[in-house]
Design a protein around this ligand. Structure first.
Ligand code: GDG
Length: 476
């Protein structure tokens, strides 16, 4: 991939601000530089949005101490924010991923509270706010993303009161009782209140936010509207995120993908049933639960290891955070034990790949799988569930989906499951695999319609239309 450098930033009337730039800078062993799509749901979702809305993207280029000038990549103006190794440790791995991430995901792992992490979170949010203030054109629109940057809306408003500011949270916003644990709860709420429009994945998140603001600050609220003491109206609303359904579908239906999907099945020795899991390796995703359930289904004879295979892709993620290292070891052990107990030479029931793959390969896996198993303990949305639906040929395939993924609110025809209930999980996985073609097709048809009608363009338009009606001094 090529990138063109320019020393001074052009002003942009549309600016996206996210922790990561959409591409990471990778230095090859020969010293040459490549740009690789950065991992995770936010970038997957936003790439197509930025193809429609040209503008600037402010973010960190993915490695420590990279002092990059602004540059252009695929027609997108990229504004790198520098982070030192210690910034990454305190602001990103620490406060963002060991404090906020577990707290916002129903404390499925215990959150750690450190004052020096918080201080750095404040400092880095300032850095992002200043970078955004520099690049945004007069009266421009700035869309701040996700839990790493919750103070940016307020900081940016102080620097640039002319801007319209939107914020979208990609992860769940927790119930009020959990949020109250946070020693800096008041500051986070005030940070978010700097936006004109605060978007959440689900209505419950928006309601939690409005309730907290009312309780803590006694601000006047009416349904999704908050009146701040400085006379502004802040709107908190749900915008369930979506995917580029048509793009994914076209990729999955190409001849090359069809051929690759057939090769994948052949490499798996053409089993009758292929189960698939695709996740960032994260303790919120419920991987051990589904692997355990599959292991028991093999051990108790519900599935014959000659007939059924579980393909699990775990994309490396946050590898320096303690909880993630522990999880990786747990999964290694679990997969090893099940394969050791139940496999035969050349035919382990679980194929576990700790790696990341190009989009084309992901599409081929989705196409090759009979049953997609998505079992997070808590997830803002879960794009993988929607991608699987978009990648199917006709109305084939079956989706097992956790009730605790945001996607379950839309994909009601999935085989819904409580992932904490291993017996329930086993039974739903078996039902999904053995259900009649007619039942599967009926479920898939309804989900497909939903995924194609509610695509990422529609999602971005609805947020941006609402935001453009709000803004400085307006009452919308
Ligand atoms: C956060 C929220 C919310 C995964 N492995 C590879 C790969 N992926 C892609 C998937 C999908 C994306 O990464 C993961 O998105 P998810 O939504 O499943 O999960 P998070 O990363 O946790 O995303 C989540 C999302 O933000 C958006 O708001 O839905 O709830 O947690 O697109 O396909 N892509 C490629 N190679 C891989 O190996 N190319």
């Amino acid at each position: 991939m090529s990138a063109e450098r320019h020393r001074t930033s052009k002003k942009a009337s549309f600016v996206v601000v996210a922790n990561r730039l959409p591409v990471d800078r990778v230095v090859n062993p020969d010293g040459s530089v490549d740009w690789r799509t950065s991992p995770g749901g936010l970038v997957s979702a936003f790439e197509p949005v930025m193809r429609t809305h040209r503008g600037a993207w402010v973010g960190w280029p993915g490695s420590a101490d990279d002092d990059l000038e602004p540059f252009t990549h695929n027609d997108l103006q990229l504004e790198p924010v520098h982070l030192s190794a210690e910034d990454i440790e305190f602001y990103y791995e620490g406060f963002s991923n060991a404090t906020l991430w577990p707290l916002y995901h129903d404390v499925v792992a215990p959150p750690t509270y450190h004052r020096e992490w918080w201080d750095r979170y404040v400092a880095i949010n300032h850095r992002f706010a200043e970078a955004s203030a520099r690049v945004a054109a007069e009266d421009g629109l700035v869309w701040v993303q996700d839990y790493q940057l919750q103070l940016v809306p307020q900081m940016l408003r102080q620097l640039r009161p002319d801007l319209r500011i939107g914020f979208f949270l990609h992860i769940p916003f927790p119930p009020t009782e959990l949020f109250q644990q946070l020693p800096w709860r008041g500051q986070i709420l005030q940070g978010l209140l700097g936006a004109d429009l605060v978007g959440f994945q689900l209505p419950g998140g928006a309601q939690n936010f409005v309730r907290l603001v009312r309780q803590r600050f006694s601000y006047e609220t009416r349904r999704d509207r908050i009146r701040t003491p400085d006379g502004r109206t802040v709107v908190a609303r749900a915008y369930p995120i979506a995917i580029d359904s048509t793009g994914m579908h076209e990729l999955a239906m190409s001849d090359a993908t069809a051929q690759r999907a057939a090769e994948i099945r052949a490499d798996l020795e053409d089993p009758k049933i292929v189960f698939l899991g695709v996740d960032r390796l994260d303790y919120t995703k419920g991987m051990p639960e589904r692997i355990r359930a599959f292991g028991e289904l093999i051990a108790d004879g519900t599935f014959d290891p000659e007939d059924a295979v579980f393909l699990q892709v775990a994309t490396p993620s946050r590898e320096r955070v303690e909880q993630y290292r522990l999880l990786r070891d747990d999964i290694d052990r679990l997969v090893g034990r099940i394969n050791g107990d139940t496999g035969r030479l050349g035919r382990p029931p679980i194929i576990y790949l700790h790696n990341s793959y190009p989009r084309e390969e992901m599409a081929a896996m989705f196409r090759a799988a009979d049953v997609m198993v998505v079992t997070p303990l808590r997830d803002g949305m879960n794009l993988v569930a929607k991608e699987y639906v978009a990648c199917r040929e006709g109305d084939t395939g079956a989706l097992v989906l956790s009730e605790f993924a945001g996607a379950a609110k839309e994909l009601r025809q999935a085989y819904l499951v409580n992932p904490h209930d291993i017996d329930g999980l086993k039974s739903v996985m078996a039902t999904a695999a053995n259900d009649s073609t007619r039942n599967k097709a009926r479920r898939m048809r309804i989900m497909r319609r939903h995924v194609f009608e509610h695509d990422i363009d529609r999602w971005a338009e609805s947020f941006l239309d609402d935001l453009s009606r709000l803004g400085p001094g307006t009452e919308a």
